[in-house]
Design a binder for this molecule. Structure first.
Ligand code: AKG
Length: 184
């Protein structure tokens, strides 16, 4: 993977933690105003405006997310403590369009994958670079520097992924994406 600023770590959470996190997420209310179900914590994110601001403050991140927050800090994955969390749920066939994360988010974007693997595609914004990366269950993906600002990332809308030379059907995948918000 030749993308500067991209860090990928397998087994970032244990199987027991994965189960606890999925159970915690499923106790929360889902937002259904976009194609996939999402949850927002810390600050509400506006998909159309692609922004988040101080008036959208919802409160602290939930207690169930704190062990992950601490592990991100202990691993030096984020400069500051994350104050925004988006939970994305992808049923087989669902994905997310190619995008660079909004400028109102800080310099590191940390996503934990739960439930099922998928392939994430990367495309260089101002160049020909194209890469794909399998995001395993329980892994952590960190985007910073060029990976955060100079590459788009996307999850194709399809029901299976080619992983290790074979088609792997997707199951339900839930991601927890931790960010900091730039409020000024
Ligand atoms: O589901 C993921 O791993 C990535 C989510 C994402 O790209 C986003 O919320 O902007």
């Amino acid at each position: 993977m030749a993308i500067h600023g991209l860090r990928y770590i397998e087994d970032f959470v244990t199987e027991a933690e994965e189960l606890q996190l999925l159970e915690a997420v499923d106790r929360e209310a889902w937002l259904t105003d976009i194609q996939r179900r999402v949850q927002h914590f810390g600050y509400r994110y506006h998909y159309k405006a692609r922004s988040v601001d101080a008036s959208q403050h919802l409160g602290p991140l939930p207690e169930w997310a704190q062990p992950v927050v601490r592990r991100l800090a202990d691993g030096g994955h984020m400069q500051g403590s994350p104050d925004q969390l988006i939970v994305n749920e992808y049923q087989p066939g669902q994905g997310i369009g190619a995008h660079v994360d909004a400028p109102s988010f800080g310099p590191e974007v940390c996503s934990v994958s739960l439930g099922s693997p998928c392939v994430m595609n990367f495309a260089e914004v101002a160049g020909p670079g194209r890469e794909s990366l399998e995001l395993a269950r329980r892994s952590l993906l960190v985007l910073s520097g060029p990976a955060r600002y100079g590459w788009k990332h996307a999850i194709p809308t399809r029901a299976s992924d080619r992983i290790g030379g074979r088609d792997v059907p997707r199951g339900r995948r839930v991601s927890l994406t931790f960010r900091t918000v730039i409020t000024s």
